[in-house]
Design a protein around this ligand. Structure first.
Ligand code: ZN
Length: 477
């Protein structure tokens, strides 16, 4: 007790020093007014990047970025469809907590209006906010525009820019934009007045085959002797996929170089993360909507002024950790209700309690996908995992659930599930505590956006499961 007055005196002195250091007390300014650039790479598997082990130097710009910042070796997605996963990145919440559960259904395809986002927090604190995006699947239809001063994805305005010259047999290009054009628009927006700014840049190219990089880029990735066409239907379009990832890398190189040239290396947080990966034939599947690691393992890398350079974090982290990390680095209050947590400690080499990662795919209730018809065993999927053990729980057919030891079996080839396996019991108990299950179709509600052409847009982006053939033209564009 005798020490209390002295401690109080010390505390008062410390508070005074803190107040002096932070400026006038009436100004609750954040600690740092750094710019924020969030890049989301659609459909980009971690192992498609050189810094995650891809051979052939496909992504020199992202590799250099990672070498100058921190790379997270094991980042998990919350979903393998675009709007659901992006809602998690923007809110720090798992899908059951942000309300955007499927692409298309009677309801629950829209971010819940009362869920705060990263852009809400930054806009309220005085950041200029802009989203420069590349596909309908991150549009205002899904509520992902909320809070942005500037929201540029073209849909509804009839202005989706293309560089294809009309060579595709699909009109898909009305609903997507190639990353060279997206980066051009982003650079224009960044160069306009107003700092600090928050830019969300989204790239789409590897999602499908409907909009290709210039032909000379594609040809570099085609097998010896290939002439003019992509691989035949039924064969994994691996070469095109690699070419598209490489093309995105080149465009992001332009963005990062421009940021550096403008001095933003010293005043900007840059976070680069994917929304999901892509099945390229593993587990008998091309595309996403499943929850195996080819869909779920994301690249995640970050850089901030004074932050670690060349760090690699081996712990399991999640896309829901990105928004909390940004707010933590800026000294802004955390978003309420998040499942994510700041990655700063891990990035700076401090030990932290292990994290659990959640994901789901409500394929049975998504009226725009055919997964539940094609793969009835994958109608409703809920994942909970730690760094080693991964449970894929199937609530309507629990006997077909899957359990993988990712240390011993990273390709998820050996299903160890049995109802009394201790790891399955442990992970299922935590899943049930969270209660993310949806056992009936979502009820019909009126579309609050009133956008015309939603069904056309989804069909043209390939969400009906149709396949298409694209000829590579000699002049590329
Ligand atoms: Zn996506």
């Amino acid at each position: 007790m005798s020490g209390r007055p002295a401690l109080q005196g010390l505390a008062a002195a410390a508070a005074l020093l803190l107040a002096l250091a932070c400026g006038p007390a009436e100004e609750p300014a954040p600690q740092r007014r750094w710019n924020v650039v969030l890049v989301t790479l659609d459909t980009t598997r971690a192992d498609a990047l050189g810094c995650y082990g891809a051979p052939g130097d496909p992504t020199p710009n992202l590799d250099a970025f990672a070498a100058g910042g921190v790379l997270f070796e094991r980042c998990a997605a919350t979903s393998s469809v675009t709007p659901v996963s992006h809602a998690s990145i923007l809110t720090g919440r798992d899908p059951y907590a942000h309300g955007l559960r499927v692409i298309h259904a009677g309801s629950s395809w829209r971010l819940a209006a009362d869920v705060p986002t990263l852009v809400d927090a930054l806009g309220a604190a005085g950041w200029r906010t802009g989203a420069i995006l590349s596909s309908f699947t991150v549009s205002e239809h899904f509520g992902l525009d909320r809070g942005f001063d500037h929201f540029d994805n073209g849909f509804g305005a009839g202005s989706f820019e293309t560089t294809d010259g009309g060579k595709s047999t699909w009109p898909t290009r009305r609903y997507q934009r190639r990353s060279d054009r997206t980066v051009d628009r982003a650079l224009e927006w960044v160069e306009a007045d107003g700092e600090p700014f928050f830019l969300w840049l989204h790239t789409w190219d590897p999602h499908d085959l409907q909009m290709l990089p210039p032909e000379d880029v594609v040809r570099r990735f085609l097998p010896e002797g290939a002439r003019g066409t992509r691989p035949q239907p039924g064969a994994p379009p691996l070469e095109i996929y690699r070419a598209e990832v490489h093309w995105v890398d080149a465009q992001l190189g332009r963005l990062l170089d421009a940021l550096d040239a403008a001095g933003h290396a010293d005043d900007t947080i840059v976070a680069i993360v994917a929304d999901h990966g892509e099945g390229l034939g593993e587990h008998g599947w091309l595309g996403h909507r499943l929850l195996y690691e080819e869909q779920m393992h994301l690249p995640l890398m970050m850089r901030w002024p004074g932050g670690p350079a060349g760090a690699r974090v081996d712990a399991l982290v999640r896309s829901v950790d990105v928004a909390p990390t940004v707010l933590d680095l800026l000294g802004l209050p955390a978003l309420p209700g998040v499942q994510g947590a700041s990655l700063r400690g891990l990035a700076e080499g401090r030990p932290e309690p292990p994290r659990l990662a959640y994901a789901d795919q409500l394929n049975a209730w998504d009226t725009n996908g055919h997964v539940a018809e094609l793969r009835p065993q994958d109608d409703l999927l809920h994942v909970l995992r730690d760094r080693r053990w991964k449970l894929i729980h199937k609530p309507t057919q629990p006997e077909r659930s899957e359990l993988y030891d990712l240390d011993a079996d990273p390709d998820e080839a050996v299903n160890l599930y049995r109802a009394d396996h201790p790891e399955a019991v442990r992970l299922l108990a935590e899943l049930e505590r969270r209660d993310p299950f949806v056992l009936e179709p979502f009820p019909e509600v009126e579309d609050p956006t009133g956008l015309d052409g939603v069904d056309d847009a989804l069909r043209e982006l390939g969400y009906t499961g149709d396949e298409d053939e694209v000829e590579l033209e000699e002049d590329g564009e």
